[in-house]
Design a protein around this ligand. Structure first.
Ligand code: ADP
Ligand code: ZN
Ligand code: ZN
Length: 742
């Protein structure tokens, strides 16, 4: 064990340096500084076993638990400046303890890939573009460009507002580069090296807030200099984003301030980025998400870490981005399950954001139309301040009308009921757009033998293969396994195999047959795997080049289609009876969100939900659009069942090729828990809901407690002996604190 680091900021010659490394051990490693002059937070290269590793200097100490002559010397330091500081160490210390994850691994994982490589990471220069002196002199600049050069004109128009970075121009078109080159060749535009220290200047294109929005803004602004969590509960289209922007407008007036905005989905970042850039054209803004190249990510991260970027918009991992002047955190769509990381350190970005706001003593604003029950509970008890936006912000835009269509009695034509087909037809006649939501990609969810009821299974998972007819394949959506469609039942030899049920492909096919004249587009993970595919498609929707959209939940979130007036929902009933206790909370959120796509502007929207259970409380609440009511119903159920948010949970999961190894390990863990548990309930080992995945047999034990602290204590005592046990070497296992999947 290394002694705890002291916080002298510099090492003198050949001092002992405590270094964090990406190794699965709960400790720091001691090295000698040699003749390097090092600072805390600096990135170094160290010898480790017979390889080299990247480490972070955590501190310096007078003595080591190891003999001095056994200590190795740090090979070199990489960057001129430290890249991390105590604030980040403290946050990662919390995470490592809370999620039972080795500190060094947690810490190194937050670095952009380039900073985890064994080489210096020169910071990129960023270039920007502005009108040339000739262009500025030209009175009718737009007329100089032929009208058919739409993109060139668009770029010029943007540059007439002011200089733009590459990232900003990229927002305007997918073929921006070619257009830009043409403009530069003609001498209208010039390139220069951009500095992030632009003066603060606020344009006045903000909306006049309605009373509820104003109350929300005022409420947050009243508590800017201390930690306070706010829950902004506002229906879709109620103007939450406008509230965020007006709060930032005030916060960013202080030159020494940065704002962190977290979004659940990478697909939402371009839209929000565009809105924020438009509102704050002179405020340096960066995004952080997985569609950036390694170089871009490093650059953006560095802008945030040095305090130059004032607004950081990112997905879950960016909750860890060092921001020395952090003044506020906003978590949009806070209920969204994608904030939870499902491997390595299984953190929840919303929860970490709360801890971070507390540590930094700044306010945090959580926004949602359907808050998580965890946050709802915190608002009920007064821990969070709740602010409500009960109606849509745009004048004359009302909430859509929601109806159910009973599929237990209505006949279906390839999954579609007559009233839904009729409603689609009416929209086509009126030149309005429709969206059909079905949460299953592919053609059909199962391939079924009509004679013996054999269903094509995945050989590696306890799941069924999904029919992808266009590709002629059967695919497992859990492990990616793919095979040709079988023509004959392997069980009875029957050749009549039927693709049964609905998927996006089949729905698209049905619609093409029903409405041959309509322009139909399908949006799911198979069609938008390309980076710009979704934004190109959204452009088409806005240009009215699409009549009917068929898609999965990718479409449900955040997109704003003014001419879309019908939403149809198919086949969501299985979630009503899922063994996952959060399934109905999620389904409600998802349907509310997809319903929110209808009638965003001044056209009334209609939502038709096909279900065999129209009487289910979820649908009655949905039809009334009364989340508060449904939330309190769900809370009662959770209280009775002792589920979160009334209790805290953790799982110990294990998997192996043989279930008996899994069971032996889990029995050991279970016995240890039983011996030590105070105020913690533990259930005996059981199979995971998905019993087999990628060829591995899976099991788990569930731990539950009324006291977070008791559960934490137990886990921390449990982990070390489990790590050392022989049985552990025969399985892959991990702890999941506050699990979202079972
Ligand atoms: P949310 O984030 O809650 O879905 P948005 O902030 O995107 O809502 O607002 C929805 C629409 O309402 C946007 O077009 C926005 O410009 C508009 N809007 C927001 N606030 C106002 C307001 N106070 N007056 C008029 N329009 C508004
Ligand atoms: Zn058969
Ligand atoms: Zn599989």
């Amino acid at each position: 064990m290394s002694s705890s680091p002291n916080h002298a900021s510099n090492a003198s010659q050949n001092q002992i340096v405590n270094v964090a490394l990406d190794v699965p051990l709960e400790r720091l490693f001691d090295y000698l500084s040699g003749n390097l002059s090092l600072r805390i937070g600096q990135r170094v290269e160290v010898p480790f076993g017979n390889r080299k590793m990247v480490g972070i200097v955590m501190g310096f100490s007078q003595h080591s638990d190891y003999a001095l002559d056994k200590l190795k010397t740090i090979s070199r330091s990489f960057d001129d400046e430290p890249i991390l500081d105590e604030t980040t160490f403290r946050l990662m210390r919390f995470c490592a303890d809370y999620y039972q994850y080795p500190f060094g691994q947690a810490l190194l994982a937050i670095l952009p890939a380039r900073l985890r490589q064994l080489k210096p990471a020169p910071m990129l220069r960023i270039f920007a573009y502005r009108l040339s002196p000739e262009a500025l002199k030209c009175a009718e600049l737009q007329q100089q460009i032929p009208a058919r050069q739409v993109v060139q004109r668009k770029l010029l128009l943007a540059l007439q507002e002011g200089e733009k970075t590459e990232a900003q121009l990229k927002q305007l078109s997918s073929v921006w580069q070619k257009a830009l080159m043409a403009l530069m060749a003609q001498g209208w535009v010039e390139k220069f090296e951009w500095q992030a220290s632009a003066p603060t200047h606020f344009p006045l294109n903000a909306q006049t807030l309605n009373a509820e929005q104003q109350a929300a803004v005022t409420g947050v602004l009243a508590q800017l200099s201390q930690f306070q969590a706010f829950l902004l509960y506002g229906v879709t289209g109620s103007g939450k984003t406008e509230v965020y922007m007006q709060i930032l407008q005030q916060v960013l007036q202080k030159p020494d301030s940065q704002a962190l905005i977290l979004l659940p989905e990478i697909n939402l970042t371009p839209q929000l980025e565009a809105r924020f850039r438009q509102r704050f054209p002179h405020i340096p803004l960066v995004t952080l998400h997985s569609h950036l190249s390694d170089g871009e990510r490093l650059h953006h991260w560095h802008q945030a870490q040095t305090g130059r970027a004032r607004i950081v918009i990112g997905t879950r991992l960016s909750v860890f981005t060092p921001m020395p002047k952090l003044a506020i955190i906003i978590v949009d769509e806070e209920h969204d399950a994608s904030f939870k990381q499902q491997d390595s350190m299984r953190y929840h970005a919303r929860d970490i954001a709360l801890v971070r706001a507390q540590q930094a003593n700044v306010p945090i604003l959580l926004g949602s139309a359907t808050p998580s029950l965890e946050s709802w509970q915190n608002a009920e008890t007064g821990k969070f301040k709740r602010m409500v936006l009960p109606q849509r912000a745009v004048e004359n835009a009302s909430l859509p009308s929601i109806y159910t269509l009973n599929t237990a009695t209505l006949p279906l034509q390839n999954g579609l009921s007559q009233p839904l087909i009729q409603a689609l037809k009416v929209r086509l006649e009126r030149g309005e757009q429709s969206l059909l939501f079905i949460n299953r990609r592919g053609y059909a969810p199962v391939l079924l033998c009509s004679a013996c009821h054999w269903i094509a299974p995945c050989s590696r998972c306890s799941s069924r293969l999904v029919v992808h007819l266009k590709q002629g394949k059967l695919r497992c959506h859990h492990c990616g396994h793919e095979q040709s469609i079988v023509r004959q039942c392997p069980s009875c030899g029957n050749a009549d195999l039927q693709a049964t049920g609905q998927g996006t492909q089949r729905l698209e096919e049905t619609l093409v047959k029903l409405f041959p004249q309509a322009k139909i587009a399908r949006v799911d993970r198979d069609t938008i795997s390309r980076k710009d595919a979704l934004s190109d498609l959204l452009d088409k929707v806005h240009a009215q080049e699409i009549d009917i959209l068929v898609g999965t939940q990718i479409l449900a979130k955040g997109h704003d289609f003014p001419n879309l007036t019908l939403v149809g929902v198919l086949d969501t009933d299985s979630a009503l009876f899922s063994p996952d206790f959060r399934a109905s909370e999620r389904l409600f959120a998802q349907l509310m969100q997809v319903a929110g796509r209808a009638g965003r502007a001044d056209k009334a929207g209609e939502v038709l939900i096909q279900t065999s259970f129209p009487e289910h409380p979820l649908f009655t609440a949905l039809v009334q659009q009364d989340y508060a009511n449904y939330a309190s119903k769900l809370m009662e159920e959770r209280a009775i069942a002792s589920f979160p948010p009334y209790t805290f949970m953790a799982l110990i999961r294990a998997e192996a090729t043989q279930y008996r190894d899994v069971d032996a390990f889990l029995q050991l863990a279970y016995a240890q828990v039983r011996a030590q548990a105070k105020q913690v309930t533990c259930y005996p080992p059981m199979r995971a809901q998905m019993e087999r995945l990628k060829g591995m047999e899976r099991g788990q034990i569930v731990l539950q407690s009324q006291q977070r602290g008791a559960l934490q204590k137990l886990l921390s005592q449990l982990i070390a002996p489990l790590r050392e046990s022989k049985l552990a070497s025969r399985v892959r296992w991990h702890v999941d604190v506050d699990p979202m999947e079972f």
